[in-house]
Write a protein that binds this ligand. Sequence first.
Ligand code: NAD
Ligand code: TYD
Length: 373
Amino acid sequence: MSTLHSNLLVTGGAGFIGANFVRAHLAHDPTARVVILDALTYAGNLGNLEGIDAERCTFVRGDIRDTPLVCDLLRQHQLRALVHFAAESHVDRSILGPDLFIETNIVGTHSLLKATRLVWLEEEAGAHRFHHVSTDEVYGSLELRDAAFTESSPVRPNSPYAASKAASDHLVRAYHETFGLDAVITNCSNNYGPYQLPEKLVPLLIVNCLLGERLPVYGDGLHVRDWLHVQDHCNAILLALRKGVAGETYNIGGENERTSLEILRLVVSAIDHAFERDASLATKYPQCPAAAGRSCAELVAFVRDRPGADRRYALDITKARRELGYCPHAIAGPKFEAAFRDTVRWYMANDSWWKSVMDGHYREWVALNYNNR
Ligand code: NAD
Ligand code: TYD
């Protein structure tokens, strides 16, 4: 890999996908170095970076809206490529309080665009790359019979989160078209895997089963998402860094459409079976129904849906397959279920991680979200 794509500024690198990406990038390229810029909001945790070689990874606590700081980091570390993960990322939070989403996702992305324009185009022109990480939610919602979203599907965001990400995508595109910034956007589907904060569906269900707390199913539980293992997503970004064409957008999905209830059944069955096989789990998690020989299914609670909830997301990944050589490994069927069970096992084995990130503030918010339904 060339130095251009080896040495990266990674915004939001202490969050779920950012931390997985930093690990993947450093493992994939032995010469790589990374500077992480992360504000350590409720969603960012230094624990997500544990074990990463500090010689190759510099952590800077700071805000992407601080344009002079971003310029300084680019100059000081001679960075010519950036992968932008930093965002407010939770739809429920955007419904309860949209302002921060506008600030971080739109104003923050614009701050990065201004900094990179200044340093990479005006001060020292030359090769560079701005990689913007976005979501399938910008396309809005599909009916069951509809074809999956392609890169040319209309942008029709429904939640404040999705609208703020769509706005950031437009800004990135505009900086490419207007100023010639070398920028690529990837729009990915719902990620799952290690280090995801237990306020998103998959880790929330796992942790609540283990703690014997309710499993909130929004609405009828039949909303469909395309579940993508975080490792597949990180590989796709590494491919896009090398092969993506400036100004292009690539959809990154897992080709694993599942309803929330199907995901819930996978979690419950993985945990019930694990307790049957390993008696020590009952001692470790005494509140879990499986510790008393009962199924975690008894914890299911149907609750009021999100206002404006999207029914289905699905991505057509033909372009990424053809142009980037992308192929999700945790692809449909038994492979997906095996990758999913591995994720459940990771949370069962790493309770010290999730207990440390579920602080008082986090618990207050989860209670507020639940009581609001
Ligand atoms: P996350 O919420 O786990 O992490 C976000 C990170 O950004 C945190 O470390 C936080 O501290 C940091 N951050 C927030 N505001 C900041 C600011 N102003 N300055 C600097 N750092 C700030 O998010 P994630 O799930 O890892 O998602 C990463 C990116 O991927 C986001 O842009 C999100 O929109 C996108 N995405 C996520 C998913 C998913 O399933 N998680 C799906 C599609 C797209
Ligand atoms: P989520 O993980 O928040 O991702 P997104 O809304 O960005 O797709 O939610 C995934 C799906 O799971 C969505 O249809 C809402 C549903 N959901 C629940 O049923 N219960 C929950 O507690 C959460 C957090 C989500």
